[in-house]
Every structure is written in C-alpha cells, then in structure tokens.
Design a protein around this ligand. Structure first.
Ligand SMILES: Nc1nc2c(ncn2[C@@H]2O[C@H](COP(=O)(O)OP(=O)(O)OP(=O)(O)O)[C@@H](O)[C@H]2O)c(=O)[nH]1
Ligand SMILES: [Mg+2]
Length: 208
C-alpha cells in the first residue's frame, strides 16, 4: 500500500515518513521555508504489509502555481503506480492554522471528491498532548469545530504521533487504520488513473 503523506510545510510529514520507515530517509528539519521540494518514495514492511511511503512537499500553498502543483501531483501518482493509495493528512496537534480550514476541499480538488474515504488524519507533536495530560479523544472533543468536521469527514480515523519517540506503538496504530481503509474501501485498490463507482456487488472503474 502507498501511504501518501500530505499537509502544510513544517507539520512533520518527512519526520512521520521516517518514523514509519524506521530510518532517517527523508530530510526533516525546522526551517522558515519549505524543506521538501519534490515527492519521494521509501519502502518498508510492517506486520506483513508492504508499505510504500510517499513524502510530498506542501501542495496546499495558495501561492503555488497550478502548473507546479500539477507536476507534483503527476510525480506523486507516478510514484504510487498501480498500488493502493491511502492518504495521510499530517497536522500538528497543537497548531491548527487558518490555511488548514479548507484543506479537505483542496485535497478533493487534487485527488477526487471521495478522497476523505481514503484519508487518515495524523497529528504530530503528540508530546504536547501528553504534557497537557489530554487524550486524543478529549482533544478531538474539545477542538475547533472546523477541525472536528475534518476529522468526522475522514470517518474519525485519527492517530497521534510523536516523532521524537519511536517506541510507542504509533506506527502499528496507523497500520491498523490503513488496513481498515483498505478493507472498507475498494477504491483505494484501484489504478490511480481511474475513477471507481461501486454499484451494489459490481465494482466498476472508468478512466477520468
Ligand atoms: N517535537 C516534535 N517535533 C517534530 C515532530 N514532527 C516533526 N517535528 C519537527 O518539526 C520540524 C519540521 O518537520 P518536517 O518533518 O521537516 O516537516 P515537513 O512537514 O516535512 O516540512 P516540509 O518538508 O517543509 O513540508 C523538524 O524540526 C522536526 O524535527 C513531532 O512529532 N514532535
Ligand atoms: Mg518535508
């Protein structure tokens, strides 16, 4: 399965990719400008599942030229090949920004209107919640309505990561959610250039 890491710059996409892979493959650092500038692939095996991690640059920047975004999207699609795709929307838990309010709308424009059915929300900086002695469930209950709505639109599939700590079972938690998406959603298994329509028992795919 492809895990496509998406989100705004600095939220921790590359760090999350490294946590999933168990090695520092992607460049991750704090910076005032975007660090990752192209889509990159890393591979690993987790609990019997072949996992392909696709790290991406921030493609939600309104200032990005559409031709540049299109190129990145094509690059991302090429890296995914014909393997199933699950999108991982990376958000920093303690910092939900104005630019992220309409992130699902942008995601739908990029990957199709049913993208939320194939999306897991991954919150980074999990230690911020630990320090406040708050569970993810409580956080989601008390967070801004816009963020709660995004979580609901993604079927409540939310996981908490602390990328400074590799030994917490967070990757297994993510993989459980990935397996759930794959089981629930046969569209994740389709060739990336095809739009799928489930018709009762029939599963029809047609080109874009
Ligand atoms: N404390 C803490 N720091 C984190 C976590 N995740 C990422 N960081 C830090 O946040 C900074 C940015 O992380 P990156 O992984 O480079 O962020 P990115 O989303 O890939 O950024 P771009 O490539 O610019 O889009 C780095 O200094 C990371 O060490 C986390 O879970 N906890
Ligand atoms: Mg990065």
């Amino acid at each position: 399965v492809n895990l496509v890491l998406l989100g705004m710059s600095g939220t921790g996409k590359s760090s999350t990719g490294n946590s999933i892979l168990g090695e520092k493959l992607f460049l991750a650092k704090s910076s005032s400008k975007p660090v990752t500038t192209m889509c990159q692939l890393g591979k690993t095996m987790i609990n019997g599942l072949h996992v392909r991690v696709i790290d991406t640059p921030d493609m939600f920047d309104d200032d990005m030229e559409s031709s540049v975004r299109d190129k990145l999207l094509k690059n991302c699609t090429n890296l995914c090949g014909s393997h199933p795709r699950v999108f991982v929307l990376v958000l920093q838990v303690s910092r939900f920004t104005d630019g992220e309010r309409d992130i699902l709308t942008k995601l739908k424009k990029m990957f199709g209107r049913k993208v939320s059915e194939q999306t897991i929300i991954l919150f980074t900086h999990g230690d911020d919640l630990s320090r406040a002695a708050m569970s993810l469930k409580t956080f989601l209950h008390q967070c801004q309505p816009d963020l709660r709505e995004i979580a609901e639109m993604c079927g409540g599939r939310c996981v908490l990561f602390e990328n400074k700590d590799s030994d917490t079972g967070q990757v297994e938690d993510l993989i459980d959610n990935v397996k759930e998406v794959l089981a629930d959603n046969s569209e994740a298994s389709c060739e990336s250039d095809y739009v799928c329509q489930k018709k009762s028992s029939e599963h029809v795919c047609r080109p874009h």
